[in-house]
Design a protein around this ligand. Structure first.
Ligand code: GLC
Length: 431
């Protein structure tokens, strides 16, 4: 059955634009943005990258600054952390005293999806002037070091994939893709802890205790390994090749290559070309023949997760897949559009693990929609690009700048006044 079209009444686009700008300004804690002031009171890696796109619509200097502050958290080996703990805040767990990464500024010990090169290219291409040239030239080596870090410490199979050692690193914290692999994580020795997230938000929206124990056990595993990333990728009980990060890194490598060639970083260009061609064939390791979709794969057991999540649709964004693989992916979009009021649910209604309110097990995320729609538009799938963008705009009209959205009712899930949702409105959905 075709989903019914919802008639929207709500704030005008102009009012939403103003509200979105206000959110970004209020979530600025001094040259960096927090995703949300209560639940996430520090700087988050991929959130900041998307926030820069939002800022670029009304304050370009501030957009550049967002990336510059993010890279102040980069480690000497190129690693770019998931969180930078600029100021103390007792309302978040696990804080720096749990991670113990021994860095200045204080950071967590895992990374996040490397979208920053793609966004750097966008900022540059939107506004090419002498000042922007200076900024882009400063950032290229730092982004390049990050991509090298991924190649060195997150691609043990040397296939151009991203193998993650913590679900938080993927940005899709409690996605069902991690369920089986995370069972290998021993939680019997987890230090007792008190969650903070469920103090801010309804428990039904947040990961279950069992998942949280595993998240913390994996943090303690990294901490006990002294955040030695070589040791961690070799010995972690959780190692999954993530379809989402792999596709995002592939695109980011292409974008960085364009910048490297334009600005004369020839040495880097060779490395990037190699990585790109490795990934172009490497992604076949993620193809699940039975499901006819790109799915994350557990590299310890070698088993495909067989889960078709919203990340499975990022192959268009990465411009990979044979004609058959692309057609099969499109057929899945068509199928899901028939069972979900709005696209693109993080997991489709009807799937066994689907939960319309629980974070990455159903709700829709504006940034993921943006990437899927961008890929669809680039591949000539305008119908889906438009639908995903219209749905995102509709959700924001219904529920405001929520962290995520229930794919069936459109209601907001997670925190409110969310930076990256506001940024996606300004940059894309509200245009
Ligand atoms: C949650 C999301 C993650 C995001 C963070 C801050 O942990 O799963 O993707 O970066 O919140 O918004």
């Amino acid at each position: 059955m075709e989903a019914e079209k919802i008639e929207l009444q709500g704030p005008t686009n102009k009012a939403l634009h103003e509200a979105a700008e206000k959110i970004l300004i209020e979530n600025d804690l001094g040259g960096y943005s927090v995703p949300n002031r209560d639940v996430y009171p520090f700087q988050w890696n991929w959130d900041s990258a998307f926030v820069a796109l939002g800022y670029a619509q009304f304050n370009l200097d501030r957009a550049w600054q967002e990336l510059e502050t993010l890279f102040k958290g980069q480690w000497d080996d190129g690693f770019l952390p998931q969180i930078i703990f600029w100021k103390d805040n007792a309302g978040y767990f696990p804080g720096p005293e749990i991670w113990q990464t021994n860095q200045q500024p204080r950071t967590s010990g895992i990374s996040q999806p490397p979208v920053v090169a793609t966004i750097l290219r966008q900022l540059w291409e939107q506004n090419q002037n002498a000042e922007a040239e200076e900024k882009v030239k400063q950032l290229i080596p730092q982004v390049f070091a990050l991509h090298r870090w991924f190649a060195s410490f997150r691609d043990p199979l040397k296939k151009g994939l991203v193998v993650t050692t913590h679900p938080w690193e993927t940005g899709r914290d409690n996605a069902p893709e991690w369920d089986e692999a995370a069972k290998r994580v021993d939680t019997s020795n987890v230090t007792p802890y008190v969650r903070q997230d469920t103090k801010h938000l309804d428990k039904k929206m947040r990961p279950h205790k069992e998942d949280y124990d595993r998240f913390i056990a994996m943090v303690e595993f990294g901490r006990d390994a002294g955040w030695d990333h070589k040791k961690i990728i070799e010995e972690s009980p959780f190692r999954v090749a993530d379809v989402g990060m792999t596709m995002m890194l592939l695109r980011a490598n292409r974008d960085l290559l364009v910048l490297a060639e334009q600005f004369g970083f020839e040495g880097e260009a060779e490395f990037l070309k190699n990585q790109i061609s490795l990934s172009e064939t490497g992604v076949d390791y993620l193809w699940n023949e039975e499901k006819q979709a790109f799915c994350s794969r557990d590299v310890i057991s070698g088993e495909s997760t067989g889960i078709i999540s919203s990340a499975s649709f990022l192959n268009f964004y990465a411009d990979v897949g044979s004609a058959e693989q692309r057609a099969a992916t499109e057929a899945h979009i068509d199928r899901i559009a028939k069972v979900s009021q709005f696209l693109m649910p993080s997991l489709a209604p009807g799937e066994e693990q689907f939960d319309a309110m629980r974070y990455w097990r159903g709700p829709i995320w504006a940034v993921v929609n943006y990437m899927i729609a961008t890929g669809c538009a680039e591949q000539g799938l305008e119908k889906w690009a438009d639908k995903i963008r219209n749905d995102t705009a509709a959700l924001i009209k219904i529920a405001g700048f929520s962290e995520a959205f229930n794919p069936e009712s459109g209601e907001g899930t997670g925190g409110t006044d969310f930076s990256w949702t506001a940024a996606m409105w300004l940059h894309w959905a509200g245009k």
